[in-house]
Ligand binder design. Sequence first.
Ligand code: PLP
Length: 402
Amino acid sequence: MYDLQKIRNDFPILGREVYGRPLVYFDNGATTQKPRSVVEAMTNEYLNVNANVHRGVHFLSQQATDLHEQARETVRRFINASSVSEVIFTRGTTESINLVASSFGQAFIKDGDEIIITAMEHHSNIVPWQLLQSRVEVKLRVCPVSDDGRLDLDALARLFTSRTRLVACTAVSNVLGTVNPIADIVRMAHAHDVPVLVDAAQSTPHMAVDVQSLDCDFLAFSGHKVYGPTGIGVLYGKERWLDRMPPYMGGGEMIGKVSFEHTTFNVLPYKFEAGTPDYVATTGLACALDYVSALGFDAIGSHERSLTAYARQQLSQIPGMRFFGPSDDAVISFLVGDIHHLDLGTLLDRLGIAVRTGHHCAEPLMHRLGIEGTVRASFALYNTFEEVDLFIAALQRVVAMF
Ligand code: PLP
């Protein structure tokens, strides 16, 4: 039983009003709201447990360390990694991808090598590779996107050469709502002995992830997009790659022995975790993952898919409606006639509807689509059909003004 009212009661913010109207929060692709259990677990840790992890012999430090390492085990279970050594805590998807670009780049990418990305990547899966270009002459090869918002897999197959060193691809487009066939892409890349990094920022909130069955080599996601706190995320990496990659940052925690002449490094995953980690956020993240796991992705996915289909069907009744992408997942990007996306978003806001407008950190995709930006409604496990009705009514009002 998917008890939506009970779920909504877990998210106090959903009960608030904006401009005297009930809030309709459809900006979940940017960040999700937090259940009370996440906030309470973090508050409890600050009020009753707080001490720095890993280095203390005293009671609180050990308790904080236990919570932190239990959180790592929760993440391991959530993504079905084979070992906690493969679970690195970062600040989020962006840092996870930068870590791979920097460290994998240093170990495995030489002048003349190539990396394959796609035309639907978020800037955080484009710019780190461009930064790498300032150190080595690595070529970015870009898999094209079709007019209906899907990857052209035949074109992708043709991009592989003997110099391809990595494929970095999003699991779900934050603009188009396209769910990419990651397992097929991994198989294609592995046939060329090329590892694959999956940007799972937009998939982890909506569908189960199993890194062993996907067989991906790296996977990145952000806590705040999956009902957890900001400032915490995960990089999963296969041990056989991580072992051969140099540290990303230097400092405490990531060392074995230090002298002025020579430093040795800690074992995985600590080799990649310099400095005091956000151990309170890891507790919050674990709590959020437990929350979605208890509901189950079958139930979450089925609710979100019917909500998305209903919203898209209702939107399609509005004259001048133009959709961008297939909305396989809980994301709908659209424009209405030639009304500017910013005007639509601003006026919707005044009616209590929170949507996102603009290029959604995917400017190259906007160029491909020949537009400057879209309005994006993105749904979460707590959104309702009544909220969709409010959204549609508000949009009809806004459109009528033009
Ligand atoms: N990748 C995708 C597909 C995203 O949608 C986002 C955020 O919107 C990111 C990466 C970056 O996530 P973060 O800002 O949490 O690092």
